[in-house]
Design a protein around this ligand. Structure first.
Ligand code: 1HE
Length: 253
């Protein structure tokens, strides 16, 4: 099997497990991703995805690319879109823990997650330019939202390799961890996410990206609607009361 899952408390741990091929994403793996994120077990509130071996993922399995014609190529790309949409618009937030290569489709997979942690060994690139192809796993939509269109175009035009620290400063990742400490950091973040109200996590996954894509007028209306729904929940009322009674953590605690 090219992917393994484990459960730790309320967190689903998803491990890319094809280290001999640098976790290159063949069709079997992409379909397994679709299946896993379509069937998050009851009681799970967050997922963490990471890679076995020295790299997160070397991207598309290039050995499967050679025989495809144009229409097969479209179906293949749409399969990636389906699978990665199950991550971005699934039922639980997903933290990606990146180390070594996070390139091509590996970066596309990471971009579909909600938070990215890079170990200091991580590096990012879009070698599609050099391979004579184009991204097909959603990077042209998701990556410009993280780093801007000019940076993505540069990565493809020139094959530029971005380090973990650079990735942190331009927005590919939100955290950098020491070598070997990424998973720990990912689980620490996932634990915080699990403690949020479900409606807040849902709004961040499903409403915020739609607000970002909408016109200002529609976006502000969506914000008002989701804000009203969230504050109406008994859980929100209870959390606000706890703060006002001095029983909740202050900011930063
Ligand atoms: C692979 C792949 C792969 C490794 N497909 N087999 N992605 C790329 O263009 C990245 C290509 N890979 C690399 O540049 C390097 O492998 C790495 C920098 C990621 C890692 O280097 P290293 O020295 O640790 O490993 P290696 O010796 O290059 O590879 C080990 C094995 O994995 C070797 O196979 P072996 O049978 O000779 O042992 C490699 O052939 C195999 N391997 N990467 C297939 N990608 C939805 S569209 C997305 C489009 C893309 O993602 S394009 C970018 C593809």
């Amino acid at each position: 099997m090219s992917i393994h899952t484990d459960i730790q408390d309320e967190i689903l741990l998803v491990r890319l497990s094809r280290p001999q091929k640098r976790n290159a994403l063949n069709d079997e793996t992409v379909l397994a991703i679709e299946n896993i994120f379509s069937n998050i077990p009851e009681g799970i509130k967050c997922a963490v995805i990471y890679g076995e071996g020295k790299h997160f993922s070397a991207g598309l399995d290039l050995s499967e690319l050679t025989e495809r014609d144009a229409i097969q190529g479209i179906h293949h790309s749409r399969m990636w879109h389906r699978a990665l949409d199950k991550i971005q618009f699934g039922t639980v937030p997903v933290v990606a823990v990146l180390h070594g290569a996070g390139v091509g489709g590996g970066l596309e997979l990471a971009s579909a997650c909600h938070i990215r942690v890079a170990e200091s060994s991580a590096f990012f690139a879009l070698p599609e330019g050099q391979r004579g192809i184009f991204v097909g796993g959603g990077a042209s939509v998701r990556l410009p939202k993280l780093i801007g269109m000019a940076r993505m175009a540069d990565m493809m035009f020139t094959g530029r390799v971005i380090t973990a620290e650079e990735g942190n400063s331009i927005g590919i990742v939100q955290y950098v961890a020491e070598a070997g400490k990424g998973l720990e950091k990912g689980i620490e973040l996932a634990t915080k996410i699990c403690a949020n109200a479900g409606i807040t996590n849902y709004a961040l996954m499903h409403v915020l990206p739609r607000i970002a894509d909408a016109s200002q007028d529609q976006a502000l209306m969506m914000e008002s609607l989701i804000a009203a729904i969230a504050q109406d929940a008994p859980e929100a009322k209870e959390r606000l009361k706890q703060f006002l009674d001095g029983k909740a953590k202050k900011v930063g605690e």
